[in-house]
Design a protein around this ligand. Structure first.
Ligand SMILES: Nc1ncnc2c1ncn2[C@@H]1O[C@H](COP(=O)(O)OP(=O)(O)O)[C@@H](O)[C@H]1O
Ligand SMILES: [Mg+2]
Length: 299
């Protein structure tokens, strides 16, 4: 007989200890009563986010999950300083966020490297833009490129790199300015499954070695549970905090954990939050005529 899954809330002593330690750390990001309303071209309002309260601690890795349109990108863009909240506030180390700044680095799903610059020049670009001399920018860029394992590709151009490598350069470029917070909006969404798995493990290695807090938007539940300390689940229309889950899967993480009881229990819980069983649609039976001559069944 199969054992029922444990509750996603059951944690080992080591995981409980980790969360106790994590909550002792200084606050890095704080959102207080944050709401955002957009106006559609026809003048009608869209409430993208409603009354978001969040406290995120130094060096946490937070995954943000939720159905399409529930405000994940809006949340990231507000923290990046690319959008302003309609009401409420977003604070970084206690200071109000107003406008983009090198303290917050971003990595997007689409490849954003400059195609006419080499890997080295792409990473140097942000450093020079924030006032580093070319000599310092070059030596710092080299260190970041080495950290993401692309030393041999310093002089390559983006179109000579695979998708995963381009995203590693984008991560190096975002980290080179030593941001407090790294904002990642579905960064691995365009990669094939194998590269994506490699990137997840790279990201964990990088995060272990760098003093940075990460907010990582994804709609892949396995990715969220594999990476995160806590998982923020947003509900749609308007985007609200549905649940902020303490991930019970112990660190260090490894792919074998995908089938561990804690992992499966968390996944089942999150799946039920995002796609409640009562809202799941029946499989569609298409009214397709049989076009094969033979009576051979394929299933
Ligand atoms: N600039 C904008 N103008 C009007 N509506 C927007 C704008 N940006 C986002 N929205 C709307 O806000 C909601 C949340 O969007 P978004 O944050 O992109 O969601 P997600 O990233 O979770 O898919 C959606 O309904 C979207 O159509
Ligand atoms: Mg989005």
């Amino acid at each position: 007989m199969t054992q029922p899954l444990p509750s996603y809330q059951e944690k080992s002593a080591a995981v409980k200890e980790r969360f106790a330690e994590l909550y002792q750390r200084p606050l890095e990001l704080e959102l207080n009563g944050l709401s955002k309303t957009f106006t559609k071209p026809d003048g009608s309002p869209v409430q993208a986010l409603l009354d978001i309260d969040l406290k995120i601690h130094r060096r946490e890795l937070i995954a943000v999950l939720g159905a399409s349109g529930c405000g994940k990108s809006t949340l990231i863009r507000i923290i990046a300083g690319l959008e302003t909240p309609t009401t409420g506030e977003a604070l970084l180390q206690g200071e109000s966020i107003d406008g983009p700044c090198s303290q917050r680095g971003m990595v997007f799903q689409s490849y954003t490297l400059f195609p006419w610059l080499t890997v080295l020049r792409n990473v140097m670009f942000g450093l020079e833009a924030t006032g580093h001399s070319p000599v310092t920018a070059e030596s710092e860029a080299r260190q970041w490129i080495e950290l993401v394992g692309l030393k041999k590709f310093e002089n390559a151009y983006p179109d000579q790199l695979s998708g995963g490598m381009k995203q590693r350069v984008a991560i190096a470029r975002a980290l080179a300015n030593e941001p407090r917070v790294l904002l990642m909006d579905e960064p691995f969404g365009a990669l094939d499954a194998h590269t994506r798995a490699d990137m997840q493990s790279y990201l964990l290695q990088i995060w272990r070695n760098v003093d940075v807090t990460i907010l990582f938007v994804t709609h892949d539940l396995d990715e969220a549970i594999y990476l995160a300390d806590r998982i923020l689940v947003l509900s749609p229309n308007p985007g609200q905090v549905q649940e902020f889950i303490e991930n019970p899967v112990p660190r260090p993480r490894s792919p074998e954990q995908f089938s561990s009881p804690e992992f499966l229990a968390t996944k089942e819980h999150v799946e039920n939050l995002i796609h409640p069983p009562e809202a799941r649609s029946e499989p569609v039976n298409l009214p397709i005529l049989k076009l094969t001559q033979q009576d051979d069944r394929v299933e």
